[in-house]
Write a protein that binds this ligand. Structure first.
Ligand code: ZN
Length: 391
């Protein structure tokens, strides 16, 4: 089994190299806009549509010290953006978004398909027309490198290798199952009682970001003070993003190493916007990403991620299936029917785990032909509250 993966590394270009990189990016941005203009004009003039091949011919007219493949990638970018545009028009989902002219705030990367770069050692990367740049290879890219991209961000420069045929390493995992609920005070609660706290640095950074944003909003538009404040906010944004990704990667990996069947709630975006708990809003932002990480990581173990319906998960007793009201302010779940009591998030995670298992066993029954139902019924979701009634 193999998959596609991106490998991202910090690179540390010298001041001279930064000047070269910035110049190259700005050249590419200029050419991008020129090509886009040509394409639009050609269509307006006599309805001819310039292909990627035609655009590549136009690229040759620009005399710039940029690697030829990087230049050809500009035509590809334009071609791709039109393809995406036409696809969105066809799908009729929201705004189609006609390809736009770009400025240097948006255009900030260079792509090398296949050539123009080479590892000269495990600490240095050679980039054509730029030079040898120090790179931090915290792990080696695997599979076949398809494209290489240099990106400028608010916190520095990155090298990104997009690789194909990356072998998936199998991880042996015991036949365990677990349910996970998004916590209100903590990041998540597992049905075995484990609480995953939000890392303190993340909460601290979020508070700091709010402060910076308040400051930015007070600065006069167009002033150099505002420019500086904006730079600070952008840098912090990027840092928080990286910190959060790191936390989510580590947490999801810890979970897939321990449990084969992992059940989570299907994301209900509508419910999320409403509440004003800080920790909860941070979690909601991360949750979708976290579930996505679980879903592809679980392939390594041959396990399964089950998304159960979020309906009533926090209102159902995990022991007897009784459904009762649970205002968000109530931290403790106390069953009015059987008297069972525990933390509300823990109770919900157990309900989610049970619902996930019920879904798996019903799909296995279908697969064995023991329970042949009309296909319209097979799609019925397992809902919390119905699970324990038959037991
Ligand atoms: Zn109960």
């Amino acid at each position: 089994m193999s998959t596609q993966m991106n490998f991202r590394y910090r690179i540390y270009p010298s001041q001279k190299q930064i000047v070269k990189l910035n110049k190259t990016i700005s050249d590419c941005c200029f050419i991008y806009n020129k090509l886009l203009e040509s394409k639009i004009n050609a269509y307006k003039k006599d309805k001819t549509s310039l292909s990627q091949f035609d655009l590549n011919k136009l690229v040759k007219e620009f005399d710039v010290p940029v690697h030829s493949q990087v230049l050809q990638n500009i035509s590809k970018r334009i071609n791709d953006s039109f393809n995406h545009f036409f696809r969105r028009v066809k799908e009729k989902k929201g705004k189609a978004g006609f390809p736009r002219f770009k400025n240097l705030n948006i255009y900030k990367s260079l792509t090398f398909p296949q050539s123009g770069f080479k590892f000269v050692s495990d600490k240095r990367l050679f980039i054509s027309k730029i030079g040898n740049i120090p790179i931090v290879l915290h792990r080696v890219p695997k599979g076949k490198i398809k494209t290489f991209c240099i990106k400028r961000t608010a916190i520095g420069w990155f090298a990104i290798f997009s690789c194909e045929d990356v072998p998936i390493e199998r991880i042996e995992v015991p036949d365990n199952h677990i349910g996970i609920d998004v916590g209100i005070e903590s990041f998540a609660v597992l049905s075995n009682g484990t609480k995953i706290e939000n890392p303190k640095f993340l909460i601290k950074s979020e508070k700091k970001l709010a402060k910076f944003q308040r400051r930015l909003s007070r600065k006069k538009k167009g002033s150099s003070n505002r420019g500086r404040a904006r730079f600070k906010v952008a840098g912090l944004h990027q840092r928080i993003f990286n910190q959060r990704q790191d936390f989510l990667h580590k947490t999801s990996f810890t979970i897939i190493k321990q449990f084969k069947i992992i059940s989570v709630e299907k994301l209900a975006i509508k419910n999320m916007v409403k509440n004003h708990y800080l920790a909860k809003s941070i979690n909601d932002a991360s949750w979708g990403c976290f579930v996505q990480m679980l879903s592809y990581k679980v392939e390594k173990t041959g396990g399964q991620l089950v998304r159960v319906s979020p309906r009533n998960t926090s209102r159902t007793c995990s022991q007897c299936g009784n459904i009762q009201d649970m205002p968000l302010a109530d931290r403790e779940f106390k069953c009015l029917k059987c008297g069972f009591a525990c933390h509300r998030d823990l109770n919900a995670s157990i309900v989610i785990d049970t619902a996930g298992q019920a879904e798996i066993s019903s799909s296995e029954e279908n697969a064995c032909g023991l329970d042949v139902r009309p296909s319209s019924l097979k799609a019925v979701e397992v809902e919390a509250g119905t699970i324990n009634k038959s037991a």
